[in-house]
Write a protein that binds this ligand. Structure first.
Ligand code: LLP
Length: 428
């Protein structure tokens, strides 16, 4: 559904806007987000899961007030994991009842704020948090709906830093060690203040195979059956988290939302039938799979430095401050010349930023036309997720704007930082 094309001069257009016009008007680097594509992907998730399920967009991938409005209009809900994300969700107009709050170390103040706002559910992650939250809910005279985050023991095939369901990590309550069952008893013990709605599992991120999700679903349903046997309650909801991978390069072959929806619905139906359980309401939390492919980063080439026998280093006007994923996860990206056509022979390049370290790599290995010159615009696709949201001010870089393009027009939805923005915080 991405509306990217080249015009007669070879200039790339997105959503009807040319990249040369975008660069001239808004400067570079800039994240360029295709609103129609975002909405289409959000809608595809809603349709794949249907009315019997909820789709919580994971705000950590990228969140802004405009995004919140689009999600609301497309019928999605929202997963937030910090007070900052909660503030943007509320400012963007998401109904509190459709917000879920995550986090492995939510402070009393954060919990207080979320309960007061009336968030739909809070996903509890530790024994201390359960007591903390119960006291806060009781204090406010409300009964707070919660899910319990369960660590199901799945080894997801993804980068170590973004896998979350193996035993030895910080999230959730271990199923294998019996901590999940203890958390259930603890929450049920706070019956007045906490309403146990169900269980939650998130196995990791950038995953291509449905097998891990299926194992997680089976284990979560198994725990539902144990809870029924032990406590006589059938919990009405399960949330199987996010994590579906996207294509960063042509090597990646991602699953469609419909494939994951069908696989999950089938496994939950089958396991529930086997356990004689009423099928719970299902929810999922895709972040990357919705926003990742909808944006690219537009950079201007500043220098082109050939290293004989090795490769050519192409320096752009951004770098690890607007995309840390290459340095942090060894992530692979592609790149294209977008401001003109070129028939020149391709050359092996490494696209690097302007920061003061050699790990400042945006695209590790790629080919660009051999006649690349300073002033050319290049684009790195699939930077919609975890690039702006993980951007930093390293070297006092100014974080780039996010431009939303739709129907030939571009609109700033997050503006470029200025030196005044930086100096405003420096009060010394
Ligand atoms: N739900 C929970 C509880 C999560 O922790 C996450 C992501 C998601 C949903 C959304 O996962 P997604 O569908 O976007 O894969 N910074 C890393 C990714 C970290 C993901 C953290 N949790 C990266 O750039 O690859």
């Amino acid at each position: 559904s991405h509306t990217v094309a080249r015009d007669a001069d070879g200039v790339v257009t997105v959503g009807g806007a040319t990249v040369t016009a975008l660069a001239a008007e808004f400067g570079t680097p800039a994240y360029v987000l295709d609103e129609a594509d975002f909405r289409a992907r959000a809608r595809a998730w809603r349709q794949a899961f249907g009315a019997g399920a909820d789709v919580y967009y994971a705000g950590k991938a990228f969140l802004s007030k405009a995004v919140v409005r689009w999600l609301h209009e497309e019928g999605l809900s929202l997963d937030v994991c910090s007070p900052g994300e909660l503030a943007v969700a509320l400012a963007g107009g998401m109904p509190p009842a459709r917000i879920a709050l995550h986090g492995n170390n939510k402070s009393a103040a954060e919990l207080e704020q979320a309960v007061k706002a009336g968030v739909g559910h809070i996903v509890v992650d530790s024994a201390q948090e359960i007591d903390r939250l119960a006291a806060i809910a009781a204090g406010q005279g409300v009964r707070q709906p919660v899910l319990i985050r369960v660590t199901v023991g799945v080894e997801a095939h993804t980068h170590e830093f973004i896998a979350t369901a193996h035993e030895d990590q910080k999230f959730g309550f271990s199923l294998a060690q019996g901590a999940a069952a203890q958390a259930v008893a603890q929450v049920l013990g706070h019956h007045e203040a906490l309403e146990l709605r169900g269980l939650h599992s998130h196995i990791g991120s950038q995953i291509f195979d449905t097998a891990g999700f299926e194992v997680a679903a089976r284990r979560v349903v198994g725990l539902l059956a144990e809870i029924r046997d032990e406590h006589g309650v059938e919990l009405p909801e399960i949330d199987l988290g996010g994590g579906l991978g996207i294509a960063y390069t042509s090597e990646d072959d991602p699953r469609e939302p419909a494939e994951i929806a069908t696989a999950l619905a089938e496994i939950v139906r089958r396991e529930c039938a086997a356990q004689r359980l009423r099928a719970p309401r299902l929810s999922v939390e895709p972040g990357r799979a919705i926003v990742g492919p909808t944006a690219f980063t537009l950079y201007q080439v500043g220098t082109v430095k050939p290293l004989a026998g090795l490769r050519t280093y192409v320096s752009v006007d951004g770098g690890m401050s607007d995309n840390i994923r290459t340095a942090l996860y060894d992530a692979a990206y592609s790149v294209a010349l977008v401001s003109r056509r070129s028939q020149a022979e391709p050359m092996l390049v490494r696209v690097v930023g302007k920061h003061c370290e050699s790990g400042d790599i945006v695209v590790k290995d790629a080919f660009l036309p051999g006649d690349l010159t300073p002033g050319d615009l290049i684009a790195v696709p699939a930077t919609g997720a975890y690039c702006r949201s993980m951007a930093s001010n390293y070297n006092h870089a100014l974080r780039p704007p996010v431009l939303a393009v739709a129907d030939g027009a571009a609109r700033v939805i997050v503006r470029r930082e200025t030196e005044e923005d930086l100096l405003r915080l420096d009060v010394g």
